[in-house]
Write a new protein. Structure first.
Length: 306
């Protein structure tokens, strides 16, 4: 059994500090709140090096970043209850507001759900809040006089929202990767095969690897098959030098315009850092309009600049 979830982007090595070897199998999850808006790794270091006898297995920032703390094969010092901590993975979640609500962000909640689903799947148990320490979802306030996990997160646990969202994540079918879009350069489309072959042969004689595809009743003369739109543009420019008019299409032969091929979050984040997308709130609006998740891009920016 792995001692750190693959979802953790950061880690603070507690070693054997502020923890004990785990005596029981993991059968519970206990979400806590930080009572502050700290970065995940900052909260972990505050526990590790601070005077309080406190620690957790995981820490989640308001932007959804997950930091591993105490290794999963060790009990953290989180719930003021030996029995619970030996059986539970404990998770500290940042708050975006203070008292009295102690709210957590949407990004932090989604990260919590994903992490809980990963834990439950790996250790083979289902999340269940039954209002008692016997449930597989427990709260700090069950064991000591405290507001933790705060009214906002407590409500999500008590009304079954957290449990339902974890189960939905666990039971969801594995996402299938989307087929990569291939950009091709098309120089002609003919109803008569011989005409298509003639253009293909002209392009071949000029040094291009041209080929035919049949779509419906048309024979289309194309060249190249690129994941990068920019590479397709380079081929289009070369064809123009030799006098061949062309346009860029998708694999299916439908016209494509520049920018329809989405790039990775990291590429866009680096452009944001360079100032190419402007400043908020206009930047977020431009990103969303271009088909990107502004919060996910900001998370990637934070990761690069960390």
């Amino acid at each position: 059994m792995a001692n750190i979830s693959k979802l953790a982007e950061l880690s603070v090595d507690f070693g054997s500090s502020k923890s004990n070897p785990r005596a029981y199998k993991v059968t519970k999850i206990t979400p806590h709140h930080m009572a502050g808006n700290l970065a995940a790794d900052d909260c972990a270091r505050a526990h590790l090096y601070g005077e309080r006898e406190a620690s957790a297995n995981y820490y989640i920032s308001s932007d959804g970043t997950i930091c591993a703390g105490v290794s999963e094969n060790r009990r953290s010092w989180a719930s003021a209850n030996r029995e619970n901590d030996h059986a539970a993975i404990t998770i500290e979640v940042a708050d975006i507001t203070g008292a009295p609500d102690w709210r957590i962000s949407r990004e932090a909640y989604e990260a919590l759900v994903e992490l809980c689903a990963d834990i439950c799947t790996r250790y083979g148990f289902r999340p269940q809040y039954d209002g008692t320490p016997a449930g597989s979802l427990t709260m700090h306030k069950m064991f000591i006089d405290t507001e933790c996990p705060g009214p906002h997160l407590e409500a999500l646990i008590k009304d079954g929202t957290l449990e339902r969202d974890i189960l939905a994540k666990m039971d969801a079918p594995e996402p299938q990767p989307e087929p990569a879009t291939l950009y091709r350069v098309q120089a002609g489309a003919f109803k008569i095969l011989e005409n298509a072959e003639g253009l293909r042969d002209q392009m071949t004689a000029a040094g291009f690897e041209a080929y035919l595809i049949k779509v419906g009743n048309l024979y289309k003369v194309q060249a190249g098959a690129f994941k990068s739109y920019e590479n397709a543009e380079k081929l289009q420019r070369r064809l123009a030098v030799f006098g061949f008019d062309s346009f860029i299409t998708t694999e299916a032969g439908t016209p494509s315009k520049p920018g329809t091929g989405k790039r990775s979050n990291e590429e866009i984040a680096r452009e944001v850092i360079e100032g190419k997308w402007g400043n908020d709130p206009e930047r977020s609006q431009r990103l969303e309009a271009a088909g990107y998740n502004a919060a996910a891009i900001q998370k990637e920016v934070n990761r690069i600049l960390r």
